[in-house]
Ligand binder design. Structure first.
Ligand code: COA
Length: 222
């Protein structure tokens, strides 16, 4: 399975299936639409079981049900913050104490996922396209990395700020160490003061592009 890309503050669990004997809570199962297809049911369940494990590892206590907020976001137990992602039968959950982090985002994509040019135009700014297209051999993977990094950013940022940024509201600039710094292109939805010192990390692992983000609590470390 995929190793944790996060700092030591984050409890990270990645599962390829639901271990035998484990199940989700009835309240969680009720979140799913009765029309949900089997793939969605399996990924939802694997994501919730990964989240329960991540909570238990962090707190030493069994996780209560993790329900869903108005924007689709997971509702974490008191004092915790986290993020869930699933693709291709694999699920990841990342959880931390709110005293340390006020937002977490995780996302991953299959390396061979392909998008149309119309979608890449909606996701990337012109400056990001320069980086994506700089290396023809890597360009599909670079595009996926920008896409996934923006999904990770979205998950972390909406949790903290209740904002719903669009893909072209931020500009990702690649820097040393497989990181993007984040610049705002829309002060209204993403004020620049909220981005100071933040980055989205990325890793290219066997078959996957993984991206991740941590937003420190305001008084963390003071
Ligand atoms: C919500 C969203 C980020 C989910 O990403 P995805 O690639 O479709 O799916 P993933 O498997 O990676 O993640 C799904 C999980 O994200 C979580 N999620 C859903 N909505 C969320 C939100 N508003 N905030 C945080 N997490 C959310 C849920 O836990 C969900 O799994 P679950 O329904 O089983 O609980 C995506 O569908 C979306 O709406 N994006 C908005 C547009 C965007 O990304 N803009 C970028 C701006 S820079």
């Amino acid at each position: 399975m995929i190793a944790s890309p996060f700092s030591e503050h984050v409890s990270f669990v990645c599962l390829g299936s639901v271990p035998e004997g484990l199940d989700i809570y009835r309240e969680e199962a009720l979140i799913l639409s009765p029309k949900a297809v089997s793939k969605r049911r399996t990924e939802f369940k694997t994501g919730r079981v990964a989240a329960h494990r991540a909570v238990q590892r962090l707190t030493g206590q069994p996780s209560p049900p993790i329900l869903k907020g108005q924007r689709g976001e997971p509702l974490w137990p008191d004092h915790l913050v986290g993020s869930i992602a699933h693709t291709d039968g694999i699920a990841m959950a990342a959880v931390a104490f709110q005293a340390v982090l006020k937002g977490i985002g995780v996302d991953f994509e299959l390396k061979d996922r392909r998008f149309s040019t119309a979608i890449s135009d909606r996701v990337c700014t012109d400056a990001e396209k320069l980086w994506v297209n700089e290396d023809a051999q890597e360009s599909a993977q670079r595009f996926l990395t920008v896409f996934s990094a923006k999904e990770s950013f979205y998950k972390a940022y909406t949790t903290c700020y209740r904002a719903e940024p669009a893909f072209t509201d931020v500009l990702l600039c690649v820097v040393e160490g497989q990181r993007f710094t984040i610049k705002t292109l829309n002060e209204h939805t993403v004020p620049s003061r909220t981005l100071e010192g933040l980055f989205v990390g990325y890793k290219w692992l066997d078959g996957y592009v993984v991206t991740f983000m941590e937003i420190p609590a305001d008084d963390a470390g003071s």
